[in-house]
Design a protein around this ligand. Structure first.
Ligand SMILES: C[S@@+](CC[C@H](N)C(=O)[O-])C[C@H]1O[C@@H](n2cnc3c(N)ncnc32)[C@H](O)[C@@H]1O
Length: 288
């Protein structure tokens, strides 16, 4: 039987799926008064910082729980198993996914990790989790950058820690050989500026060494189902504000395919995707 046939099971599954973003929004809204009370004037004086602190407080609570999702863990663990050498993680958050690196670090397959996490409110947890898997920041095994995935933020940050020869944000300038063996992102590309996705993908490609891999587990736009599209569009008026700039119409899968840059690219929906889910998760393995 087709999973999209309108049986009562499908209808209730669809309804549940449509409400799933609302549950996350509710959590976020609970953290709004908490953030206002702890920083009473910040919303007016520095709305950007306020939003980071708001999402930071939310994610310290939600991140560890979401990282234990039984549906998502096998995909994410599978990607981290491929990581090797010098790794760049884009948007690691609290570092809740880092536990998947513990064996690779112990066995010496992963030597060093750079985490580009733009939300400084999450850095303390991130560094703690890095220490927990044996990536000691004091020994340079874990380097945290206050930077997003977009080249204008990432490249100068890499330059500041001496990993990139030039501070020019144009992808590829001065990094012909590449720097990283693996670049990985888990549910973070949705928070990067979507209109910059082609530049982000070409920067990732330029930063990879030949043979290196870009690995991702991301939710992306559901362009096929009209009801889901309308719902995602409606939610889009509040979702990025309440969820740390996350977008329900992520495009990393399209940008990777359209770039044509990678030697090989395997990007597929997770098997749980029913055609109508608001969060269409894709798993990507792209080799330079
Ligand atoms: C949903 S959380 C996921 C965190 C982590 N990857 C995980 O799976 O637990 C999204 C993360 O992306 C980060 N982020 C926000 N803007 C970003 C950007 N422009 N580039 C990369 N990451 C970004 C957020 O700060 C946050 O840590």
């Amino acid at each position: 039987m087709s999973p999209t046939m309108p049986t009562s099971n499908t209808l209730s599954a669809r309804l549940l799926d449509l409400t799933s973003p609302l549950q996350l929004l509710l959590y976020s809204l609970l953290y709004l008064p908490i953030t206002i009370l702890s920083h009473p004037t910040l919303l007016l004086t520095n709305p950007h910082k306020f939003q980071s602190l708001w999402f930071g407080a939310l994610w310290k609570f939600l991140g560890p729980q979401m990282a234990l999702s039984p549906e998502q863990t096998p995909y994410i663990a599978g990607l981290f198993t491929r990581a090797q050498g010098t790794v760049l993680e884009l948007g690691p958050g609290n570092g809740d996914q880092m536990r998947h690196l513990v064996n690779a670090v112990r066995e010496g397959r992963v030597e060093r990790v750079v985490g580009a996490e733009p939300n400084a409110a999450l850095h303390e947890r991130l560094l703690g989790n890095a220490r927990g898997v044996g990536l000691n920041p004091g020994q340079g095994k874990y380097v945290v950058l206050e930077a997003g995935a977009e080249p204008g933020s990432l490249i100068p940050a890499l330059h500041r820690v001496g990993m990139y020869p030039s501070s020019s944000s144009s992808a590829g300038a001065g990094a012909a050989e590449g720097i990283f063996d693996t670049i990985i992102c888990i549910k973070s590309m949705c928070s990067a500026p979507q209109h910059q996705m082609p530049e982000i993908v070409s920067t990732i490609h330029a930063l990879l060494k030949p043979g290196g891999e870009f690995l991702f587990f991301e939710h992306v736009a559901n362009d096929n189902d009209l009801l889901t599209r309308v719902w995602a569009w409606l939610l889009g008026w509040i979702w990025p504000i309440a969820m740390g700039n996350c977008h329900l119409n992520g495009r990393v899968d399209k940008a990777v395919k359209e770039s044509g840059l990678f030697e090989s690219c395997d990007v597929r929906n997770t098997k749980e995707f029913m055609g109508w889910n608001v969060f269409r998760y894709v798993v990507g393995v792209c080799r330079k």
